[in-house]
Ligand binder design. Structure first.
Ligand code: PLP
Length: 415
Protein backbone atom coordinates (compact mmCIF):
# COMPACT_ATOMS: atom_id res chain seq x y z
CA UNK A 1 0.00 0.00 0.00
CA UNK A 2 1.18 3.50 -0.85
CA UNK A 3 2.43 5.44 2.17
CA UNK A 4 0.43 8.56 3.00
CA UNK A 5 2.40 11.82 2.60
CA UNK A 6 3.57 13.27 5.91
CA UNK A 7 1.69 16.15 7.54
CA UNK A 8 1.93 19.32 5.56
CA UNK A 9 4.75 21.13 7.39
CA UNK A 10 3.58 24.56 6.23
CA UNK A 11 0.65 24.29 8.57
CA UNK A 12 2.97 23.78 11.52
CA UNK A 13 4.04 27.45 11.23
CA UNK A 14 3.24 29.41 14.36
CA UNK A 15 3.05 33.18 14.40
CA UNK A 16 3.51 35.18 17.59
CA UNK A 17 0.52 37.29 18.61
CA UNK A 18 0.52 40.71 16.85
CA UNK A 19 0.09 42.74 20.01
CA UNK A 20 2.87 40.94 21.88
CA UNK A 21 4.07 44.35 23.14
CA UNK A 22 0.94 44.49 25.29
CA UNK A 23 1.50 41.02 26.62
CA UNK A 24 5.22 41.08 27.22
CA UNK A 25 5.65 44.88 27.52
CA UNK A 26 8.75 44.85 25.36
CA UNK A 27 10.27 48.19 24.37
CA UNK A 28 9.67 49.23 20.77
CA UNK A 29 13.34 48.90 19.79
CA UNK A 30 13.22 45.30 21.03
CA UNK A 31 10.01 44.74 19.12
CA UNK A 32 11.56 45.95 15.86
CA UNK A 33 13.96 43.01 16.16
CA UNK A 34 11.54 40.35 17.43
CA UNK A 35 7.91 41.27 16.62
CA UNK A 36 6.09 39.13 14.10
CA UNK A 37 8.36 36.20 14.82
CA UNK A 38 7.56 32.96 13.07
CA UNK A 39 8.50 29.42 14.06
CA UNK A 40 8.83 27.31 10.92
CA UNK A 41 9.42 23.56 10.71
CA UNK A 42 13.21 23.97 10.50
CA UNK A 43 13.79 26.61 13.19
CA UNK A 44 14.81 29.35 10.77
CA UNK A 45 15.87 32.43 12.74
CA UNK A 46 14.40 34.86 10.21
CA UNK A 47 11.18 34.20 8.30
CA UNK A 48 11.76 32.20 5.13
CA UNK A 49 10.39 33.60 1.87
CA UNK A 50 7.34 31.51 0.98
CA UNK A 51 7.51 32.43 -2.71
CA UNK A 52 4.46 30.33 -3.60
CA UNK A 53 1.07 31.14 -5.01
CA UNK A 54 -0.86 28.16 -3.62
CA UNK A 55 -0.75 25.70 -0.69
CA UNK A 56 -1.52 21.96 -0.76
CA UNK A 57 -4.41 20.54 1.31
CA UNK A 58 -3.99 17.12 2.95
CA UNK A 59 -7.45 16.12 1.84
CA UNK A 60 -10.78 17.65 0.79
CA UNK A 61 -12.06 17.85 4.38
CA UNK A 62 -9.04 19.90 5.40
CA UNK A 63 -9.45 22.19 2.37
CA UNK A 64 -13.11 22.77 3.26
CA UNK A 65 -12.27 23.50 6.91
CA UNK A 66 -9.53 26.00 6.02
CA UNK A 67 -11.87 27.74 3.57
CA UNK A 68 -14.60 27.89 6.22
CA UNK A 69 -12.13 29.21 8.77
CA UNK A 70 -12.69 26.36 11.23
CA UNK A 71 -9.08 25.23 10.78
CA UNK A 72 -6.03 27.45 10.45
CA UNK A 73 -3.98 27.18 7.29
CA UNK A 74 -2.96 28.86 4.10
CA UNK A 75 -4.86 28.57 0.82
CA UNK A 76 -3.56 30.99 -1.79
CA UNK A 77 -1.12 33.90 -1.42
CA UNK A 78 -3.63 36.64 -2.32
CA UNK A 79 -5.61 35.46 0.72
CA UNK A 80 -2.64 34.98 3.04
CA UNK A 81 0.98 33.85 3.12
CA UNK A 82 3.31 33.07 6.06
CA UNK A 83 6.01 35.59 5.06
CA UNK A 84 3.43 38.33 4.52
CA UNK A 85 1.71 37.48 7.81
CA UNK A 86 5.02 37.77 9.66
CA UNK A 87 5.43 41.32 8.38
CA UNK A 88 1.78 42.17 9.13
CA UNK A 89 2.07 40.90 12.70
CA UNK A 90 5.31 42.82 13.16
CA UNK A 91 3.86 46.18 12.06
CA UNK A 92 0.59 45.56 13.97
CA UNK A 93 2.68 45.02 17.05
CA UNK A 94 4.78 48.17 16.53
CA UNK A 95 1.68 50.32 15.99
CA UNK A 96 -0.26 48.51 18.73
CA UNK A 97 -3.11 47.45 16.45
CA UNK A 98 -5.24 44.29 16.41
CA UNK A 99 -3.98 43.50 12.94
CA UNK A 100 -2.34 44.85 9.81
CA UNK A 101 -2.71 44.31 6.08
CA UNK A 102 0.31 44.53 3.80
CA UNK A 103 -0.33 46.02 0.37
CA UNK A 104 1.51 46.40 -2.94
CA UNK A 105 2.16 50.12 -2.28
CA UNK A 106 1.18 52.94 0.02
CA UNK A 107 -1.40 53.99 -2.56
CA UNK A 108 -2.86 50.44 -2.67
CA UNK A 109 -3.23 50.64 1.14
CA UNK A 110 -4.97 54.03 0.96
CA UNK A 111 -7.23 52.88 -1.88
CA UNK A 112 -8.20 49.73 0.05
CA UNK A 113 -9.26 51.88 3.03
CA UNK A 114 -11.34 54.18 0.81
CA UNK A 115 -12.95 51.28 -1.09
CA UNK A 116 -13.85 49.56 2.16
CA UNK A 117 -15.25 52.50 4.06
CA UNK A 118 -16.81 54.81 1.48
CA UNK A 119 -20.04 54.53 -0.49
CA UNK A 120 -21.81 56.84 -2.87
CA UNK A 121 -23.02 59.95 -1.01
CA UNK A 122 -20.39 59.75 1.75
CA UNK A 123 -18.31 62.77 2.66
CA UNK A 124 -14.56 62.79 3.43
CA UNK A 125 -12.64 65.51 5.23
CA UNK A 126 -9.02 65.36 4.10
CA UNK A 127 -5.89 67.37 4.66
CA UNK A 128 -5.31 70.10 2.08
CA UNK A 129 -1.67 69.00 2.19
CA UNK A 130 -1.25 65.31 1.38
CA UNK A 131 1.05 63.27 -0.84
CA UNK A 132 0.11 64.27 -4.42
CA UNK A 133 -1.32 60.90 -5.50
CA UNK A 134 -3.53 60.72 -2.39
CA UNK A 135 -5.06 64.09 -3.27
CA UNK A 136 -5.45 62.96 -6.87
CA UNK A 137 -7.13 59.68 -5.81
CA UNK A 138 -9.61 61.58 -3.66
CA UNK A 139 -10.26 64.43 -6.06
CA UNK A 140 -10.14 62.74 -9.45
CA UNK A 141 -11.20 59.13 -8.78
CA UNK A 142 -13.38 58.90 -5.67
CA UNK A 143 -15.54 61.84 -6.73
CA UNK A 144 -16.42 59.85 -9.90
CA UNK A 145 -18.12 57.33 -7.61
CA UNK A 146 -20.20 59.98 -5.84
CA UNK A 147 -17.93 60.58 -2.84
CA UNK A 148 -17.81 64.19 -1.71
CA UNK A 149 -14.51 65.61 -0.39
CA UNK A 150 -13.61 68.69 1.65
CA UNK A 151 -9.87 69.48 1.77
CA UNK A 152 -9.13 71.50 4.93
CA UNK A 153 -6.13 72.62 6.91
CA UNK A 154 -6.21 69.76 9.45
CA UNK A 155 -3.68 71.58 11.64
CA UNK A 156 -6.66 73.79 12.54
CA UNK A 157 -9.13 71.94 14.78
CA UNK A 158 -11.70 74.60 14.02
CA UNK A 159 -11.47 73.96 10.25
CA UNK A 160 -11.94 70.22 10.88
CA UNK A 161 -14.92 70.84 13.14
CA UNK A 162 -16.57 73.27 10.70
CA UNK A 163 -16.20 70.80 7.83
CA UNK A 164 -18.16 68.00 9.55
CA UNK A 165 -21.51 67.22 7.89
CA UNK A 166 -24.24 64.66 8.55
CA UNK A 167 -22.74 62.40 5.85
CA UNK A 168 -19.07 62.70 6.94
CA UNK A 169 -17.72 59.19 7.17
CA UNK A 170 -13.98 59.64 7.33
CA UNK A 171 -11.18 62.10 8.15
CA UNK A 172 -7.88 61.43 6.38
CA UNK A 173 -4.71 63.29 7.30
CA UNK A 174 -0.93 63.16 7.22
CA UNK A 175 1.08 64.47 10.14
CA UNK A 176 3.69 65.76 9.53
CA UNK A 177 2.22 66.50 6.11
CA UNK A 178 4.10 65.92 2.89
CA UNK A 179 5.81 68.29 2.03
CA UNK A 180 4.96 71.28 4.26
CA UNK A 181 5.51 69.36 7.53
CA UNK A 182 2.33 70.90 8.96
CA UNK A 183 1.36 69.08 12.16
CA UNK A 184 -2.21 68.06 13.03
CA UNK A 185 -3.26 67.29 16.60
CA UNK A 186 -4.18 63.60 16.36
CA UNK A 187 -5.81 63.19 19.78
CA UNK A 188 -7.92 66.37 19.43
CA UNK A 189 -9.16 65.33 15.97
CA UNK A 190 -9.78 61.77 17.21
CA UNK A 191 -12.01 63.17 19.97
CA UNK A 192 -13.86 65.28 17.43
CA UNK A 193 -14.38 62.23 15.21
CA UNK A 194 -15.52 59.84 17.92
CA UNK A 195 -17.83 62.41 19.54
CA UNK A 196 -19.60 63.11 16.25
CA UNK A 197 -23.07 61.58 15.92
CA UNK A 198 -22.02 59.70 12.74
CA UNK A 199 -18.92 58.11 14.41
CA UNK A 200 -16.38 59.37 11.90
CA UNK A 201 -13.36 57.15 11.27
CA UNK A 202 -9.96 58.83 11.62
CA UNK A 203 -7.24 57.60 9.27
CA UNK A 204 -3.68 58.86 9.81
CA UNK A 205 -0.90 58.43 7.26
CA UNK A 206 2.09 57.85 9.57
CA UNK A 207 4.66 57.47 6.78
CA UNK A 208 6.81 60.45 7.83
CA UNK A 209 7.20 59.27 11.44
CA UNK A 210 7.04 55.49 11.59
CA UNK A 211 5.81 53.96 14.87
CA UNK A 212 9.17 54.73 16.47
CA UNK A 213 8.27 58.43 16.52
CA UNK A 214 4.47 58.50 16.58
CA UNK A 215 1.70 56.01 17.34
CA UNK A 216 -1.60 57.36 16.00
CA UNK A 217 -3.73 54.42 17.26
CA UNK A 218 -2.63 55.16 20.83
CA UNK A 219 -3.61 58.80 20.25
CA UNK A 220 -7.14 57.79 19.22
CA UNK A 221 -6.96 57.21 15.44
CA UNK A 222 -8.83 54.19 14.03
CA UNK A 223 -6.53 53.32 11.13
CA UNK A 224 -2.86 53.96 10.37
CA UNK A 225 -1.42 53.97 6.86
CA UNK A 226 2.20 53.50 5.89
CA UNK A 227 3.96 53.81 2.64
CA UNK A 228 6.48 51.12 3.69
CA UNK A 229 8.45 52.20 0.63
CA UNK A 230 9.82 54.85 2.99
CA UNK A 231 11.12 54.49 6.56
CA UNK A 232 9.78 51.01 7.40
CA UNK A 233 11.77 49.41 4.62
CA UNK A 234 14.35 52.18 4.66
CA UNK A 235 16.62 51.07 1.82
CA UNK A 236 14.98 52.52 -1.33
CA UNK A 237 14.58 49.07 -2.88
CA UNK A 238 10.92 48.16 -2.26
CA UNK A 239 7.49 49.67 -3.01
CA UNK A 240 4.94 48.57 -0.39
CA UNK A 241 2.17 49.77 1.92
CA UNK A 242 0.46 48.81 5.17
CA UNK A 243 -2.89 49.36 6.88
CA UNK A 244 -2.96 48.95 10.67
CA UNK A 245 -6.29 48.77 12.47
CA UNK A 246 -7.49 49.18 16.04
CA UNK A 247 -10.80 47.36 15.75
CA UNK A 248 -11.30 43.71 14.78
CA UNK A 249 -14.58 44.32 12.91
CA UNK A 250 -12.96 47.02 10.78
CA UNK A 251 -9.95 44.78 10.19
CA UNK A 252 -12.20 41.94 8.91
CA UNK A 253 -13.95 44.29 6.47
CA UNK A 254 -10.63 45.61 5.14
CA UNK A 255 -9.24 42.06 4.82
CA UNK A 256 -12.23 41.04 2.67
CA UNK A 257 -11.82 44.03 0.34
CA UNK A 258 -8.05 43.50 0.03
CA UNK A 259 -8.60 39.79 -0.69
CA UNK A 260 -11.17 40.63 -3.38
CA UNK A 261 -9.37 43.55 -4.99
CA UNK A 262 -5.93 41.93 -4.85
CA UNK A 263 -3.58 44.84 -4.08
CA UNK A 264 -1.37 42.62 -1.93
CA UNK A 265 2.36 42.72 -1.32
CA UNK A 266 4.39 39.78 -2.65
CA UNK A 267 6.40 37.52 -0.31
CA UNK A 268 9.84 38.71 -1.39
CA UNK A 269 8.95 42.37 -0.79
CA UNK A 270 7.42 41.38 2.56
CA UNK A 271 10.67 39.66 3.53
CA UNK A 272 12.73 42.73 2.56
CA UNK A 273 10.53 45.15 4.52
CA UNK A 274 10.59 42.85 7.57
CA UNK A 275 14.38 42.79 7.36
CA UNK A 276 14.48 46.59 7.07
CA UNK A 277 12.31 47.01 10.17
CA UNK A 278 14.93 45.29 12.33
CA UNK A 279 17.03 48.49 12.17
CA UNK A 280 14.10 50.94 12.18
CA UNK A 281 14.67 52.25 15.72
CA UNK A 282 18.38 52.83 15.08
CA UNK A 283 17.70 54.50 11.77
CA UNK A 284 14.97 56.83 13.09
CA UNK A 285 17.25 57.94 15.89
CA UNK A 286 20.01 58.81 13.41
CA UNK A 287 17.62 60.40 10.87
CA UNK A 288 16.25 62.64 13.64
CA UNK A 289 19.70 63.50 15.03
CA UNK A 290 21.01 64.42 11.57
CA UNK A 291 17.89 66.31 10.50
CA UNK A 292 17.90 68.54 13.58
CA UNK A 293 21.55 69.46 12.91
CA UNK A 294 20.84 70.14 9.22
CA UNK A 295 17.71 72.18 10.09
CA UNK A 296 19.75 74.32 12.49
CA UNK A 297 22.48 74.75 9.89
CA UNK A 298 19.94 75.85 7.25
CA UNK A 299 18.17 78.17 9.67
CA UNK A 300 21.44 80.06 10.24
CA UNK A 301 22.46 80.22 6.57
CA UNK A 302 22.25 83.72 5.04
CA UNK A 303 20.81 82.44 1.74
CA UNK A 304 17.98 80.50 3.43
CA UNK A 305 14.65 82.32 3.78
CA UNK A 306 12.72 79.83 5.88
CA UNK A 307 13.00 76.30 7.35
CA UNK A 308 10.24 73.95 8.50
CA UNK A 309 11.23 71.14 10.87
CA UNK A 310 8.97 69.93 13.71
CA UNK A 311 11.74 70.07 16.32
CA UNK A 312 12.63 73.72 15.58
CA UNK A 313 10.96 76.21 17.92
CA UNK A 314 10.18 78.33 14.85
CA UNK A 315 7.81 75.62 13.52
CA UNK A 316 4.27 77.00 13.93
CA UNK A 317 3.02 73.69 15.37
CA UNK A 318 6.10 72.90 17.45
CA UNK A 319 4.13 72.39 20.70
CA UNK A 320 1.74 69.87 19.10
CA UNK A 321 4.72 68.08 17.55
CA UNK A 322 6.40 67.83 20.97
CA UNK A 323 3.17 66.46 22.46
CA UNK A 324 2.66 63.61 20.01
CA UNK A 325 6.07 62.85 18.49
CA UNK A 326 9.14 61.37 20.21
CA UNK A 327 11.63 63.04 17.84
CA UNK A 328 11.60 65.36 14.85
CA UNK A 329 12.09 62.69 12.15
CA UNK A 330 14.19 62.96 9.02
CA UNK A 331 12.17 65.36 6.82
CA UNK A 332 12.88 69.07 6.35
CA UNK A 333 11.37 71.62 3.99
CA UNK A 334 12.96 74.99 3.30
CA UNK A 335 13.06 77.89 0.88
CA UNK A 336 15.90 80.08 -0.37
CA UNK A 337 15.92 83.87 -0.62
CA UNK A 338 16.68 83.45 -4.34
CA UNK A 339 13.40 81.50 -4.84
CA UNK A 340 13.03 78.66 -7.31
CA UNK A 341 16.02 79.78 -9.41
CA UNK A 342 18.35 79.43 -6.43
CA UNK A 343 16.67 76.17 -5.34
CA UNK A 344 17.21 74.72 -8.82
CA UNK A 345 20.87 75.61 -8.68
CA UNK A 346 21.16 74.03 -5.20
CA UNK A 347 19.54 70.80 -6.40
CA UNK A 348 21.73 70.69 -9.53
CA UNK A 349 24.91 71.21 -7.53
CA UNK A 350 24.59 68.70 -4.68
CA UNK A 351 27.09 65.87 -4.93
CA UNK A 352 26.47 63.61 -1.91
CA UNK A 353 22.73 64.28 -1.63
CA UNK A 354 20.76 62.66 -4.45
CA UNK A 355 18.22 64.53 -6.55
CA UNK A 356 15.33 62.05 -6.41
CA UNK A 357 11.77 61.75 -5.14
CA UNK A 358 10.72 59.32 -2.38
CA UNK A 359 12.08 59.55 1.15
CA UNK A 360 12.93 57.62 4.27
CA UNK A 361 15.90 55.70 2.90
CA UNK A 362 19.39 55.61 4.38
CA UNK A 363 20.65 58.08 1.78
CA UNK A 364 19.89 61.82 1.76
CA UNK A 365 17.47 62.80 -1.02
CA UNK A 366 16.52 66.26 -2.24
CA UNK A 367 13.57 67.20 -4.47
CA UNK A 368 11.25 69.98 -5.60
CA UNK A 369 7.61 69.10 -4.69
CA UNK A 370 5.87 71.79 -6.80
CA UNK A 371 7.30 70.34 -10.03
CA UNK A 372 7.73 66.70 -8.93
CA UNK A 373 5.78 64.87 -6.17
CA UNK A 374 2.96 67.44 -6.06
CA UNK A 375 2.82 68.52 -9.71
CA UNK A 376 -0.73 67.04 -10.01
CA UNK A 377 -2.09 69.93 -7.95
CA UNK A 378 -3.28 73.11 -9.65
CA UNK A 379 -1.13 76.19 -8.83
CA UNK A 380 -4.11 77.51 -6.82
CA UNK A 381 -4.36 74.32 -4.70
CA UNK A 382 -0.58 74.25 -4.22
CA UNK A 383 -0.52 77.81 -2.92
CA UNK A 384 -3.54 77.13 -0.66
CA UNK A 385 -1.65 74.16 0.78
CA UNK A 386 1.56 76.16 1.29
CA UNK A 387 3.51 74.24 -1.37
CA UNK A 388 5.28 77.30 -2.70
CA UNK A 389 7.54 77.24 -5.76
CA UNK A 390 10.60 77.85 -3.62
CA UNK A 391 9.94 74.82 -1.34
CA UNK A 392 12.76 72.26 -1.36
CA UNK A 393 12.19 68.94 0.42
CA UNK A 394 15.07 67.16 2.06
CA UNK A 395 14.92 63.56 3.30
CA UNK A 396 17.93 63.49 5.60
CA UNK A 397 19.72 60.15 5.51
CA UNK A 398 21.93 58.37 8.03
CA UNK A 399 25.30 59.43 6.60
CA UNK A 400 27.74 61.36 8.81
CA UNK A 401 25.89 64.65 9.31
CA UNK A 402 29.05 66.72 8.72
CA UNK A 403 29.28 65.31 5.21
CA UNK A 404 25.63 66.17 4.49
CA UNK A 405 26.14 69.74 5.72
CA UNK A 406 29.41 70.10 3.77
CA UNK A 407 27.61 69.05 0.60
CA UNK A 408 24.71 71.47 1.13
CA UNK A 409 27.20 74.18 1.95
CA UNK A 410 29.20 73.82 -1.26
CA UNK A 411 25.96 73.68 -3.30
CA UNK A 412 24.56 76.77 -1.54
CA UNK A 413 27.66 78.82 -2.36
CA UNK A 414 26.78 78.25 -6.07
CA UNK A 415 23.07 79.16 -5.61
N1 PLP B 1 1.81 58.58 1.81
C1 PLP B 1 2.86 59.42 1.84
C2 PLP B 1 2.99 60.39 2.99
C3 PLP B 1 3.83 59.40 0.83
O1 PLP B 1 4.87 60.25 0.89
C4 PLP B 1 3.66 58.48 -0.24
C5 PLP B 1 4.65 58.41 -1.32
O2 PLP B 1 5.56 59.20 -1.41
C6 PLP B 1 2.55 57.64 -0.24
C7 PLP B 1 1.65 57.71 0.80
C8 PLP B 1 2.34 56.66 -1.36
O3 PLP B 1 3.17 55.55 -1.16
P1 PLP B 1 3.66 54.57 -2.34
O4 PLP B 1 4.55 55.37 -3.22
O5 PLP B 1 4.33 53.48 -1.59
O6 PLP B 1 2.44 54.13 -3.05
Amino acid sequence: MKKKPKTNKIRTIKHHKPNCNKISKLAIDTLTVHAGGMQDAYGAVVPPIYQVSTFRFKNVNQGVKIFQGTQKGYIYTRLGNPTIKTLEDCVASLENGVGALACASGMAAINTVFQTLLSQGDHVICGNVLYGATTSLLKNILTKFGVEISPVDTSSLKECQNAIKSNTRLIFLETPANPTLAISDISAIARLASNSSNKIILVVDNTFCSPIIQKPLELGADIVIHSMTKYLNGHADVVAGMIVVKDQGLFDKLRTVLNDTGGIIDPLQAFLVHRGIKTLALRMERHSFNALKVANYLQDHPKVKWVRYPWLKSHPHHSVAKKQMKAGGGMISFGLKGGFKAAKSLMNNVQLCTLAVSLGGVETLIEHPASMTHFHLSPKDRIAAGITDDLVRLSVGIENVNDIIKDLDQALTKS
